[in-house]
Design a binder for this molecule. Structure first.
Ligand SMILES: *Cc1c(COP(=O)(O)O)cnc(C)c1O
Length: 379
């Protein structure tokens, strides 16, 4: 059959034509009035999506660069922190802390479950020296959503800052940075912000920014103080990823036109339709209690090899879903509803899943998932 690609992975995500066309234009020099206006619009747009008055700093890296910047700019060697780990990305906080000699107490949460805020509160009560709590808004490896509002409520009363990996969640999941009091929010370009990989973002509250003055960990490119001083003058310390910023402005315009609340409701609706559809196929969710609206992780029956399923979806239908990572390899499939997607992307995903499961011998009523999804999406 004619190959037509449907990218339903939780990063990278499809890029809207508005951004693609803008990025295809000839490059301009970054030390110009023209680029400064573009950078200013990007920064304003990011503040709107983040729902913050603080500057959102832009680095030329994948999202992990901004995670690293949060660790090496806020902390000093031997500082005590908490890192919540309930999946592949939560683990990353612990790994970065280890590399920098930060003393991280890892809170292990069962994959598929969200951290209980009471656990964090208890840890902070026990040890007043804890400087930061590292967590993940949407744990993309499991599809779990963390209650960041509740965590922020807790850290507000302590010296610890709340650092949130919202790489997959910004522009998809509800996140009120200032209103909730979230100190540091990290994001990336290739997920809810709908452009190719290559940009990382970080915002800091005043409480978090104060920590940068005392930090003794090594940093050069990812120096937040330097980046902040530059952006206050409408500039970046080094050559920015010019064309990605150009593409970002277009994507942010789309978000602004739709309205951030509507963008989030759309993600919520697509996620709900996906969950109900797979349940109608007799499948179970990995994270039924705290599902995110970024990606849905679906448990597969014993007889279905998840690696094979993902491969077949790609080779036969060019539908790109993600499989499971680490212990979940072969056991789940993850379907994203992230970024430049609407109801028909969700229908395509469910339909391709049904046709492939049938081919693999799984017994169910063909069309049951699509029917359920349509009922929900049609309202
Ligand atoms: C994608 C993702 C990352 C990693 O981002 P890179 O851009 O690959 O560095 C980190 N955390 C979460 C939650 C993600 O979804």
């Amino acid at each position: 059959m004619l190959k037509k690609r449907y990218l339903l992975t939780p990063g990278p995500t499809p890029v809207p034509p508005e951004s693609l066309l803008a990025m295809a234009k000839p490059i301009i020099h970054h030390r110009t009035k023209e680029f400064r206006a573009i950078l200013a619009e990007a920064t304003e747009g990011l503040k709107y999506v983040y729902q913050t008055k603080s500057d959102v700093l832009i680095f030329a890296s994948s999202g992990t660069g901004a995670m690293e910047s949060a660790v090496c700019n806020l902390l000093s060697k031997g500082d005590k922190v908490i890192a919540v780990s309930g999946g592949k990305f939560g683990e990353r906080w612990g790994e970065i802390c280890e590399v920098y000699g930060v003393n991280a107490r890892i809170i292990d949460v069962e994959w598929g479950k969200a951290v209980d805020p009471a656990v964090i509160e208890n840890e902070l009560e026990k040890d007043s020296e804890i400087k930061a709590v590292f967590t993940t808004l949407c744990e993309t490896s499991t599809g779990v959503r963390t209650d960041i509002k509740a965590l922020a409520e807790i850290t507000k009363g302590h010296q610890a800052v709340l650092v949130v990996d919202a790489i997959s969640a910004v522009g998809a999941e509800g996140l009120k940075t200032d209103e909730w009091g979230v100190d540091v929010v990290v994001a990336g370009s290739q997920k809810g912000l709908m452009i190719p990989p290559g940009l990382a973002f970080v915002s800091l509250s005043e409480k978090a920014y104060k920590l940068t003055g005392a930090s003794d960990l090594p940093k050069y490119y990812f120096d937040i103080k330097k980046a902040k001083k530059s952006i206050e003058k409408g500039d970046t310390p080094y050559t920015p990823a010019v064309n990605l910023v150009v593409g970002l402005v277009e994507a942010l315009r789309l978000i602004k036109d739709e309205g951030i609340e509507n963008v989030i409701s759309r993600h919520r609706l697509l996620a709900e339709a996906t969950r109900e559809a797979v349940k109608a196929l007799g499948l179970e969710l990995l994270a039924p209690e705290s599902p995110s609206c970024v990606v849905t992780a679906v448990k597969l029956p014993e007889a279905i090899d998840g690696v094979e399923l993902v491969k077949k979806l790609r080779s036969k239908y060019d539908v790109w879903a993600a499989g499971g990572q680490a212990d979940l390899k072969g056991k789940i499939i993850r379907i994203a509803h992230l970024g430049y997607m609407n109801c028909f992307d969700t229908i395509v995903g469910i339909s391709a899943l049904e046709m492939t499961l049938r081919e693999m011998g799984y017994k169910f009523e063909l069309g049951a998932g699509v029917k359920k999804a349509e009922e929900i999406l049609a309202g």
